[in-house]
Design a protein around this ligand. Structure first.
Ligand SMILES: Nc1nc2c(ncn2[C@@H]2O[C@H](COP(=O)(O)OP(=O)(O)OP(=O)(O)O)[C@@H](O)[C@H]2O)c(=O)[nH]1
Ligand SMILES: [Mg+2]
Length: 358
């Protein structure tokens, strides 16, 4: 017996797209056990009537929300009405080609627990986008990869065209804001094997785009919410706290060595020892506190060595920026040093987060 596929399709004023969409899906999924769950936010252009007419001929469930708007929450709502063990999500405006659905299904049948339609792997793309939209999309992608490093295993985590096994997702955990439902599902779900399938994002042939500048703000709010819920933000804040403790250790060791340790005349050595001791205490704290949940399976000396190396390079970055800003740009020395500290800190955090405690 084939597993049942539920395609959840959010729609808002897509009257002219709905019939060709359902017909093309039905052709693409011939021989599969599938249903379409169309979640419409009370469109007034006739989308609902068109969908209800299709429901007499095709396996279409029309779910109308009257009290809420929003793409991602519509998909969560649709999940509650879906009965398949495989869930697919796609737009109603034919920008996600239904003919690619079999590739997504195949990826799941071959063992993936999530299959993502990707614009950013060979064979995929958005050839019809203008320069601005291309840049906005790439910047959004970069920000996601930077702020939520666990999305880096996927080239296109922001796609709205994907499939997954329902058992890997806990609906109660889904709290998306805005448009990026794939991000929400990928990061709150328990996915071990995510596969990307290339597709071309088509031009919108009918209906209007619902993209508004507000969505960029919602996107940032959503990223922040995911950083909080996935523990990413907590790690960052702990790393800052540990870094501050390192300053105290660094100063304390310098003070002890120069005042009581006989290094009064060798203060440059006291500085170096202070730096190294604080790197080690920072390491121990980060290893047992900040990144405690991420250290399994890696050797302690290996982590210590990587951390040490990264921090020395970080110090080099701070020094280099200090020299650059004071000498080349004539910037006030305390400000130059501060810029160096911030950049060096971000370097230390990011590289350690993704390499030492990978
Ligand atoms: N239920 C529901 N669906 C929505 C809402 N906003 C957008 N959609 C649907 O979500 C899908 C994607 O929205 P679009 O406006 O096409 O967004 P986009 O594809 O990123 O932008 P374009 O390329 O300009 O079309 C479409 O099927 C829309 O009808 C909403 O508030 N509620
Ligand atoms: Mg669209």
């Amino acid at each position: 017996m084939k597993e049942k596929i539920s395609l959840i399709i959010p729609s808002y004023n897509e009257k002219d797209n709905i019939t060709p969409l359902v017909e093309r899906i039905d052709r693409a999924l011939a021989g599969q056990d599938y249903e379409i769950v169309l979640v419409d936010d009370n469109s007034k252009d006739g989308t609902i009537e068109a969908a209800e007419a299709l429901a007499t001929r095709y396996p279409v469930k029309v779910v109308v929300r009257r009290d809420e708007r929003g793409l991602a929450t519509a998909v969560v709502h649709g999940l509650k009405h879906a009965s398949g063990s495989i869930i697919g999500v796609m737009d109603a405006d034919l920008q996600h080609p239904p003919e690619k659905l079999p590739d997504l299904v195949k990826a799941i049948e071959d063992g993936a627990d999530m299959a993502i339609g990707s614009r950013y792997i060979p064979g995929g793309g958005c050839p019809n986008w203008d320069m601005t939209r291309k840049i906005v999309s790439k910047v959004a992608l970069m920000i996601s990869h930077l702020l939520l490093p666990s999305t880096r295993r996927v080239k296109d985590p922001l796609a709205g065209f994907f499939m997954f096994r329902r058992e890997n997702v806990d609906i109660a955990k889904l709290k998306p804001i805005g448009y990026k439902i794939s991000l929400e599902i990928m990061l709150t779900g328990n996915f071990k094997n995510i596969v990307e399938v290339p597709y071309i994002f088509e031009e919108r042939s009918a209906g209007k785009s619902k993209l508004r500048p507000q969505q960029q703000i919602d996107f940032l709010k959503h990223l922040f919410s995911l950083m909080r819920r996935t523990g990413e933000l907590a790690m960052f804040l702990k790393f800052i706290a540990v870094g501050m403790s390192g300053v105290i250790v660094n100063e304390g060791v310098y003070w002890l060595l120069t005042r009581f340790g006989g290094l009064a005349a060798y203060d440059y050595w006291a500085v170096i020892i202070g730096i190294e001791v604080s790197i080690i205490t920072n390491f121990v704290l980060n290893d047992s506190f900040t990144f405690a949940r991420r250290r399994t399976g890696k050797s302690f000396p290996g982590r210590l060595l990587k951390f040490n190396l990264i921090c020395v390079v970080g110090a080099g970055i701070q020094w280099g920026l200090f020299m650059l800003f004071t000498r080349s740009f004539g910037v006030y020395d305390l400000l130059s040093n501060f810029i160096g500290i911030v950049v060096g800190f971000l370097w230390n955090y990011y590289v350690n987060r993704n390499w030492t405690w990978k």
